[in-house]
Write a protein that binds this ligand. Sequence first.
Ligand SMILES: [Zn+2]
Length: 121
Amino acid sequence: MSESLKLIHQAKLDEAAKIAKVLANPTRIQILNLLEQDRLNVGELVAALGSEQSTVSHQLQKLRAYQLISQERIGKSVYYELDDPHIVDTLNQLLGHVDHLLLGEDHAGKHLPDCFHVEKE
Ligand SMILES: [Zn+2]
């Protein structure tokens, strides 16, 4: 084994796991996807998601707590945006990997065993 293997510091691991947990929610992933496309206020997100305003506000609060999104007041409305390149990249990498699973292909384009296949709707 290589002598130069490096471990991640515990505090950093804990924080990474917390952020992964915040990402581990379909509604929050959908919100990040929408905010990557445009800066939106709560009303616009509610309309796009077809969810209750209280639900959307709660999820926005969680995403903001870990600086996955930021907010800006414009006129009477508060707009949310995805302005952190790390999060944009993370979201796109995650969704790109999901595409691999849905297509039943790995990175080299080889087929994965059946147990890895995800049924398409
Ligand atoms: Zn992949």
